[in-house]
Design a binder for this molecule. Sequence first.
Ligand code: PLZ
Length: 439
Amino acid sequence: MQQRRELITPIPGPKSLALMQRKSSAVAQGVGTTMPVFAVAAAGGVLKDVDGNTLIDFGSGIAVTSVGNSAPRVVTAVQEQVAAFTHTCFMITPYEGYVAVAEQLNELTPGDHDKKTALFNSGAEAVENAIKIARSHTKKQAVVAFDHAYHGRTNMTMALTAKNMPYKDGFGPFAPEVYRVPVSYPYRDEKNMDGELAARRAIEVIEKQVGAGNLAAVIIEPIQGEGGFIVPADGFLPALVEWCAANDVVFIADEVQTGFARTGKLFACEHEEVVPDIIVTAKGVAGGLPLAAVTGRAEIMDAPHIGGLGGTYGGNPLACAAALAVIETIREDGLVNRAATIGSTMLNRLHLLQADDDRIGDVRGRGAMIAVELVKSGTSEPDPDLTRSTALAAHQQGLIVLTCGTYGNVLRFLPPLVMPEGLLDEGLTILENIFLQSR
Ligand code: PLZ
């Protein structure tokens, strides 16, 4: 596919608008739309719509197509698998692909201890299972999650998720025995709040309000995703891991958004040499096919009885074939380093922009997971309106960007790691011009 932005109609174009009308009539409105543009093809750094426009993709379908859409090795692997067999159910008659993915995950995830893996379909389903496993292992029930956390839309994961609108409103009651504690949010914490102090603040709440004797697991995104691309202060994650280890509490890293080379390491935990007891992965693992995994210490993973874990489709053979191709692509094409380079380019350009524009309160992130937090000029008061209007202007110019954040004031950038340098620069220039023009 041609790696070039090309707009031949307004965005959205007439065919997209017509399809949006059909969508509105046929699809439940609860399933929202960030950008009313219907896709027909995507590859490398671009996505083509039904009207023939080609857009630059700074979203990767929310950090999923890290190896690029329809990446060549993924296409071949899935085509071979789809012609061989599409499903047997791994719990009925197993197949090698599932085992091979488990072996790879056991090998590649942080820590050199014995590990085991179980596969599922979605990030939320994997998080649910991580909690089941931690409870089974510890024989305890409480779970601690953090302010600004996002873990999914199922009942347990809604309980773990912090933000009410749009994820939880009206959908309760939520799973019990979930407790929320403060995270480290360097931009909004008091200035003296370093990582260790922030960890102590969280641990004090845990000890006072939950009690280690009741606590099965602490779950955290090493960089919070939907909550606003919040990178905790150095030392925060290691201090939590240490406390968990000393208190028979399973430390679960939710790397659904940060995993698989996204942050310039294979896993975001590696930035601080954090070794989680359980790591949850999804999204980037299978290049767009639905796959998720729970990988952890063998003795923890083997706590549930035989038959206690599973699901009809978990570790579907097409998704497993895709995952093996993704892992090969990341390794062979050096995508971990590529993510780090994308990160330096984005951070440099955005810091320059911030120096001239005091509505950009913070520039943060790691690798190809970068965001700007937008505020009212010269304050730290969130500006969700500016965030919305900036994203809309980008969309109209053929640049796919997403927003996030508890206050709806974070513009986030998640380009595929195969984004050509020229398109990365062009996307950043579009953003710079939007900020210049809206001043
Ligand atoms: N954990 C850290 O980022 C999914 C959600 C989009 P599923 N994030 C995108 C939306 O509005 O639904 C996510 C995540 C983290 C878990 C999940 C859940 O993964 O595959 O969407 O279930």
